[in-house]
Write a protein that binds this ligand. Structure first.
Ligand code: ADP
Ligand code: ZN
Length: 736
């Protein structure tokens, strides 16, 4: 009886296709196997989703190649990916591409071959070889001159020789062949002092008991751990994972961004035997990624740690998924498929029958809502470890400072005095401003001209270090003009300020202070982040000035002062989450202060001191914020009371983008019922990015899966001009 493999190809086809399995592979092809199949005029990578004894497909072709015998996806993962495709309105092949690292999809990579000299042979033996095989002797000579192992390919070049000659040398034992990753250590020789579990306080141990119960019973109802900054959430994660390991099970930990949470990752690495941990991050080479993935797949490593996409990691016997800082918007992927890592984690937990623990000091409105309506279990830690005080937060009204202060509104007198005080006491300060560069725009005071990006409808930022104007959306750069490009007047001025400017000013005010800047520009060099943090930790830096890079997960006991230079950035923008983000950011940044013995102090500078996000953050009043914010969300039909869907249309031709948006709008309008609110197509807030004109259509509904299905049907049935792209964003985070 013939056997057929039903596959999803990596090339988008939008349907599952059947292929005949050749008899010699019948025992080797499984659900989840990677194969190559003839498609149109070439071979395409594909994933087997079903094995069947019959197929009604006409003109069936035969599988071309077996890429991996071991299945790379199991049936639960398939269910998860199918759910994802349906919910996020994408194709199954897009979901598969996103869940599997490329190196796994394509069945591996070329491991680099390294050669080293076995033993330096005696002279006479070398001479014998030179007589018998002069070419080999020459090549061996070249290899012996190397200070250490050499790449096979390099030796071919260096000795002007062939693979064959080298192969002879290897076969005869002159050279030793090793594969690049044979002794690769993903920890790069980092050394960790193993830490022991801490004695939990009563709040912590109550919650640990709850999590352990969920693990033991395979209770999939997510637990939302709302614990203030420094309340010891991470210690609970660690001990819950230890429990999984004791049972022989596995666990998965999601963190917002690996590179920005080195301290958190370190704490996981130093608690467990290092070979049990696999860290998945974007800086791994293909080979490392391959190895880490397979260590998990084989069950050799049992704890996977990584950012968003690690939610798909092949942890065996998965018993617990931890999502740290569950409110972080970096869990949302901003390209197709636009999934949310936390939400996928919750669904994976359900499908896999494992416990899910979501932690945050500032839970998202969505998760907190789910806890209130009983979809999630709520656990709370309301005190810091050892009853350390939460920092005192003072609000400084910049409108009053503006007249009095010669530095204008960047560094208020009170904040300056507080910094001075810390400098004298040998304590450290953090100054936070969520804007890079020196000046946020270049503006002509005479005619009002603003230097804008050539490709995007936003102003260019001036960067002092490079002396250039830069676009923060597309990277476009230009020389800063001395005169107004429009009216030629020399009245052109910098306006607005970023971290570079703050550093310059603070250095002027405190000439002897040791200051470091930490933002995407200053940290572009590899390892700069770790080095700066190390210097800060060891007290070589007095004042650290930075963007959101310094807002997260850092724990420095000697930091007693945090200054938020301008809390209004990000608050007064047309995004319904602006208030929530500001509240979270202020709370998180403030949480960096007073983590040691000395209590911390926080200054928040703002021109709108009475906005609710600032006031509630000031009083550490999450519940107050939640009540006010959820009332606003409910009144305006925003999440968590409704789902949003954003259909985006973009094209280099404005008219075509607009026309397509109108067509999609009309077609969707014909298919929906009164439970869906459909808004008219409008130009996006930022009308042009990277040369593309952008239009968008917003929809609201309570029945999201149904709407996703409808939209997919409409879009699949339409054919768009080649230069127009339409994408669907379910539960969008970026609305601009
Ligand atoms: P969170 O993750 O809630 O911000 P952490 O887990 O980072 O809090 O804990 C803050 C600090 O308190 C860390 O330095 C941690 O080692 C320490 N800590 C946590 N739990 C305990 C405990 N039970 N006893 C003593 N110290 C603890
Ligand atoms: Zn641009």
């Amino acid at each position: 009886m013939p056997l057929y493999a039903r596959v999803v190809t990596d090339d988008p086809t939008n349907k599952e296709l059947d292929y005949l399995v050749p008899p010699q592979w019948e025992s080797k092809v499984h659900i989840g196997s990677r194969v190559k199949v003839p498609l149109r005029s070439r071979n395409s990578f594909a994933t087997v989703v079903e094995i069947t004894g019959e197929s009604s497909a006409p003109g069936i072709k035969t599988l071309a190649e077996l890429v991996s015998e071991e299945p790379v996806l199991d049936s639960t993962m398939f269910r998860l990916l199918r759910w994802m495709a349906e919910y996020y309105c994408c194709s199954v092949d897009a979901a598969i591409r996103c869940a599997l690292p490329q190196v796994i999809r394509t069945g591996g990579f070329k491991r680099e071959r390294w050669l080293s000299v076995n033993q330096v042979p005696a002279q006479e033996i070398l001479e014998q070889l030179a007589k018998r095989a002069p070419r080999q002797a020459e090549v061996l000579q070249v290899a012996m001159e190397q200070p250490g192992p050499i790449r096979w390919t390099d030796l071919v070049g260096l000795a002007a020789t062939t693979d064959r000659t080298i192969k002879h040398l290897v076969n005869q034992g002159w050279l030793i062949l090793k594969f690049e990753n044979a002794e690769r250590d993903p920890y790069h020789g980092e050394d960790y002092v193993r830490t022991e579990p801490l004695r939990l306080n009563s709040g912590q141990s109550g919650i640990l008991t709850m999590v352990i119960r969920a693990i033991d019973r395979g209770e999939t109802k997510p637990i939302l751990l709302h614990g203030i900054t420094g309340s010891g959430k991470t210690e609970i994660y660690l001990q819950a994972i230890q429990h999984c390991l004791d049972l022989g099970h596995g666990a998965l930990v999601l963190v917002p961004e690996i590179s920005l949470t080195p301290q958190t990752v370190e704490r996981f690495k130093s608690r467990f035997p290092r070979d049990l941990i696999a860290v998945l991050h974007s800086h791994l080479s293909a080979g490392e990624r391959h190895d880490e993935w397979h260590r998990l797949r084989r069950g050799a490593a049992r704890v996977g740690i990584g950012a968003r996409s690690a939610v798909f990691a092949p942890v065996q016997n998965l018993a617990l998924i931890v999502v740290d800082e569950e409110h972080e918007s970096s869990y949302k992927q901003e390209e197709t498929p636009r999934y949310h890592g936390r939400d996928v984690a919750v669904v994976r937990g359900q499908m896999q029958g494992c416990a899910v623990l979501l932690g945050s000091a500032t839970p998202s409105l969505e998760s907190y809502h789910n806890a209130r309506i009983g979809k999630y279990e709520l656990a709370r830690l309301t005190a810091r470890v050892d009853d350390r005080q939460l920092p005192l937060i003072r609000v400084i009204d910049l409108r009053q400072e503006f007249d009095r202060n010669k530095h204008h509104s960047i560094l208020s007198r009170r904040l300056a005095t507080a910094v001075e005080d810390r400098l004298q006491k040998g304590e450290q300060s953090i100054l936070f401003l969520n804007r890079r560069g020196f000046a946020s725009s270049l503006l002509c005071a005479k005619c009002g001209f603003v230097c804008e990006c050539a490709n995007c409808s936003i102003p260019l930022t001036f960067h002092l270090a490079e002396n250039r104007l830069k676009c923060h959306l597309c990277g476009y750069q230009a020389v800063a003009p001395k005169k107004c490009p429009s009216c030629s007047d020399s009245a052109i001025r910098y306006s607005g300020y970023g971290t570079e400017k703050v550093v310059e000013l603070v250095q002027k005010v405190f000439p002897t202070a040791r200051i470091s800047r930490m933002d995407a520009d200053s940290m572009s060099r590899k390892d700069a982040y770790r080095q700066t943090l190390g210097a800060f930790r060891s007290g070589k830096i007095d004042i650290l000035i930075g963007t959101q890079m310094i807002a997260k997960g850092l724990d420095f006991p000697n930091v007693t002062l945090v200054g938020i230079i301008n809390a209004d950035i990000g608050l007064h923008i047309p995004d319904f989450r602006a208030g929530e983000r500001t509240f979270q950011l202020l709370t998180q940044v403030a949480g960096r202060a007073g983590r040691g013995e000395t209590p911390g102090e926080v200054f928040v500078q703002t021109a709108t001191p009475f906005s609710p996000s600032i006031q509630f953050a000031r009083h550490h009043d999450f519940d107050g914020f939640w009540e006010q914010e959820s009332e606003f969300r409910q009144r305006c039909d925003y999440p968590p009371f409704n789902h949003l869907v954003l259909i985006r249309v973009r094209s280099e031709h404005q008219r075509r983008a607009e026309f397509t948006a109108e067509t999609v709008h009309r077609r969707v309008g014909e298919k929906i019922d009164s439970t869906v609110i459909l808004h008219p197509p409008v130009p996006a807030q930022i009308e042009r990015i990277k040369g593309f004109y952008r239009y968008q259509i917003l929809l609201r509904t309570r029945a999201i899966t149904k709407l996703s299905r409808t939209i997919k049907e409409v879009i699949d049935a339409l054919s768009f001009p080649e230069d127009v792209q339409v994408s669907v964003d379910v539960d969008p985070y970026q609305l601009l």
